[in-house]
Structures are given as structure tokens and as C-alpha cells.
Design a protein around this ligand. Sequence first.
Ligand code: 5GP
Ligand code: ZN
Length: 114
Amino acid sequence: MSDCLFCKIVRGDIPADKVYESDGVIVFRDIDPKAPVHLLAIPHEHYSGIHEIPDTDMDIMKRVNSAVSATVKQENLDKEGYRLVVNYGTISGQAVPHIHVHILSGRPMDWPPG
Ligand code: 5GP
Ligand code: ZN
């Protein structure tokens, strides 16, 4: 998608502070962090939500999960804990319609989320 912000990061058209990259997945720092550690894991492929991925392409989420797993270990987030968030649609507050897993850590977090 030519006008998608995260597709632009995938293409290198806009910069990102990358912390991990593997197998068609990029993990980079959120530009407006909501926690001391706030990373975003995105697949190269453009889908707005997980439910839009055909079963034949669901390997995408396996690759995203593998990158998240490697990142939380690399960044030592597995010691104190972390939260993963995937927003979709208006009521969730999704701002960028390209699947991304938020990785949040570094402070206590409330439950349920607002
Ligand atoms: P959403 O609300 O769609 O789940 O999350 C989108 C996230 O992307 C937000 O946390 C926002 O701060 C982040 N974001 C928006 N624009 C940029 C950008 O240009 N670069 C980076 N690194 N993050 C961005
Ligand atoms: Zn995109």
C-alpha cells in the first residue's frame, strides 16, 4: 500500500529506530511511547487486521510471534514482564491500518485496559 505509514517503513521510505529484524518482520521503537519500553512488530505484508489474513498466509503471524519472542529476550523484557496489544478498528483506537503488535514494558500496567 503506497500511502500506508508502516509500508513506508518497510520500504525504507521513512526511518524507524529498529531493534530487531528477521524473516519479513521489523520491530522498531514507537515514536510516541506509552511506556518506558514501547516497540512495534510489523510484518512486511500489508493487512489491516489478523482476520483479513487468509489461512494460506497465516504463517505471517507465526513469523511475527517469532520476532516478538526473540525481541523480548534480546531486550530482557522477559524478566519483569511485558504486554502485547493488537488493535483493530475504530473502537480499539487503531490509528495505523497495518497489523502491528505493540510490545509494552518497563512499568506496572492496569487491567482491564481503558
Ligand atoms: P495503533 O493506535 O494503530 O494501534 O498504534 C499505532 C502506533 O504507531 C502508535 O502507538 C503511534 O505512536 C505509532 N506511530 C505513528 N506514527 C509513527 C511513526 O512514524 N513512527 C513510529 N515509529 N511509530 C509511529
Ligand atoms: Zn501497510
